[in-house]
Design a protein around this ligand. Structure first.
Ligand code: AQP
Length: 330
């Protein structure tokens, strides 16, 4: 079976982007692949979160994954910091990563712009830790959203450099989305990608109430509609259609697509329908996640079992890596 690895940072409540970029793929892949999915708690340390909040978010992300349909019996579900082998591989891969290329990564440049007072080394080497996350299991397919495409290109480079220098060990991992291109859900106000901690009123979270969903979708950016038949959709409108394709029936999507193409679209109607379909989609996830989140004993068991399975795989890769690098003395 092909090996699949992917993680989600514990920086807050998950949103539609996380669901459709990542989790939806996880759920489908768990049937056919050997899957390692993890909560990336180390990755969230770059912004120095409050320890109590971080802890809560780790449990929450685990619960949301399971509530969305991930089966811990079918996949290895674990928390990144429970697998210290990842940190050792990260150290090794840091020797394959050059400062110049890390500084050029667009997400790094964005973070520097957003928060110039906290440009720490962990932020700079984010793509290296992400590579270690994947390569520690010799992962090949990586279900992620479009925002991670460039990081994966770096993972392939680091894998290739290691293999060329020390001998073949790592596959070159590729981003993966079932069916089509990688997904990018934009914020509902049309400003950048939907994210956990930015534009919270334009982000739909997996724990939003029906009313919150209605009110956010009502405020989504639209305009006065196309002036000519078959116009090109502005990106904030095509984002609403992308989201609609994910939660509404094909008939609904067709109806509004035709209305757009005939210049007869009423965005108020589209939003109403989309809000109802979205509320119906989120409700069961929200309710399951709430119940799971409070079952601490269950989550602790899942974490422990996941860590054990993940470490068994990680230790093997690390032994090979040490041997190839000459770090095997006994
Ligand atoms: N908007 C998105 N569209 C499609 N996929 C997305 N992903 C994230 N946002 C979108 C995918 O979700 C997975 C986990 O990503 P992450 O843990 O880095 O979370 P995030 O929400 O992307 O985090 P932010 O927004 O970067 O966090 P904050 O706001 O805390 O700074 C990945 O597969 C990602 O592609």
């Amino acid at each position: 079976k092909e090996i699949v690895v992917s993680g989600i940072r514990s920086t807050g409540i998950l949103h539609l982007g996380n669901y459709f970029g990542a989790i939806r793929n996880y759920i489908r892949m768990q049937e056919e692949y050997n899957c390692y999915f993890f909560v990336a708690d180390w990755h969230s340390l770059t912004t120095h979160p409050d320890p109590k909040a971080l802890r809560g978010n780790v449990f929450r992300v685990l619960a949301e994954n399971i509530a969305s349909g991930l089966d811990p019996e079918k996949v290895t579900l674990y928390v990144q910091s429970d697998v210290p082998e990842i940190a050792e591989l990260y150290l090794m891969l840091n020797m394959m990563a050059y400062k110049g290329e890390l500084e050029k990564v667009p997400t790094f440049k964005d973070k520097v712009r957003q928060n110039p007072d906290n440009v720490n080394a962990g932020l700079l080497t984010y793509p290296v830790l992400m590579s270690a996350d994947i390569l520690i299991h010799r992962g090949y397919k990586v279900p992620v959203g479009k925002d991670q495409e460039q990081h994966l290109e770096m993972s392939r480079n680091f894998a290739q450099r290691f293999n060329n220098r020390y001998g073949q060990l790592f596959p070159e991992p590729v981003p993966f989305n079932f069916g089509d291109d990688l997904i990018r859900i934009m914020s509902l106000d049309g400003n950048g990608k939907m994210s956990k901690s930015e534009n919270q009123n334009a982000t739909i979270y997996l724990n939003d109430s029906d009313d919150a969903i209605r009110s956010k979708i009502k405020k989504a950016k639209t305009d006065s509609g196309p002036q000519e038949p078959n116009s090109v959709m502005p990106d904030y409108i095509s984002n609403l259609f992308t989201i609609m394709r994910l939660v509404s029936t094909p008939d609904t999507v067709q109806h509004f697509t035709d209305a757009f193409n005939n210049c007869g679209i009423r965005y108020g109607d589209l939003k109403k329908q989309l809000a109802e379909d979205m509320a119906a989609f989120i409700k069961p996830i929200r309710e399951r996640a709430e119940a799971i989140e409070h079952d601490q004993a269950y989550l602790n068991r899942i974490m422990r079992e996941g860590a054990e399975k993940a470490r068994a795989s990680a230790v093997q890769t690390l032994q090979e890596a040490r041997k190839l690098m000459g770090l095997n003395y006994y």
